[in-house]
Ligand binder design. Structure first.
Ligand code: SF4
Length: 240
């Protein structure tokens, strides 16, 4: 292990505890009693709001970006500075999906640029990945929820067509859902994050793996070891 790798793992709070050179076994499927995602997210299929969903299917990158930039389809737009589309390699093998923009992302117009973004970059580096190089990063909702609250079911359902079209354009080989909101929104069912870890799910034919949101890991650093397990599991799946 070189100095750079050591620094990355130290930043993840995984060094010197995680020094084994072989991949750890996939995380067992267990309930995470410590999971403190603020609110349960209703499954998308269970939403009853009769909102008009944006027509994003079939758009190319230019048209999709323009449509998101101009979007006012849900109430989140009124409270944010700008929409936050997504960033990275538009032909990436890896797609990381978070929940929604926070204050830093809202100000800069890019996902994961605050402290959580720094941790995500370190998580990517720990498995040999880099933002923008065969990695694309996006969120479930493109506008910052007020006070960083969890997006509501109607907001998720309204915004999801944009992410679906991003996925159709990127054609990733693997999706990594960061946190419960991303996971349950994409899978369309409510479940604990712990019950979703350690399993290869599928979204629109693309394998999907679930791990913790970096913001949660900042609040609960003891869980970083589990996130490391998930990342190793994702690498195993990508290389399978
Ligand atoms: Fe449109 Fe999504 Fe922003 Fe809502 S969150 S206004 S659907 S871009």
């Amino acid at each position: 292990m070189n100095i750079r790798d050591e620094n990355v793992l130290r930043e993840l709070n995984l060094y010197p505890l995680w020094v084994r050179r072989d991949m750890p076994a996939p995380a067992p499927i267990v309930e995470q009693a410590g999971e403190t995602v603020p609110q349960a997210v209703p499954p998308v299929q269970a939403m009853t709001a009769a909102q008009v969903l944006p027509a994003a299917s079939g758009l190319d990158w230019t048209a999709l970006k323009q449509q998101v930039r101009d979007c006012t389809a849900c109430k989140l737009r009124a409270g944010c500075t700008q929409t936050v589309f997504g960033v990275g390699d538009e032909n990436a093998d890896w797609l990381f999906v978070g929940e929604g923009p926070g204050a830093d992302e809202d100000a800069q117009g890019e996902p994961f640029v605050g402290q959580a973004g720094k941790l995500l970059d370190n998580m990517l580096a720990a498995i040999g990945l880099k933002r923008g190089a065969t990695v694309y990063i996006a969120n479930i909702v493109k506008c910052r929820p007020p006070g960083n609250r969890t997006p509501e079911a109607d907001e998720i359902a309204t915004c999801l067509p944009y992410l679906q079209q991003q996925i159709a354009l990127v054609k990733p080989k693997l999706i990594v859902a960061l946190g419960k909101t991303a996971a349950t929104s994409l899978l369309g069912r409510d479940a604990t994050l712990g019950s979703l870890r350690g399993t290869v799910h599928e979204y629109q034919g693309v394998p999907l793996i679930v791990t913790y949101h970096p913001a949660y890991l900042l609040r609960s650093p003891a869980e970083k070891a589990k996130a490391w397990q998930d990342l190793c599991f994702a690498v195993q799946r990508m290389n399978a």
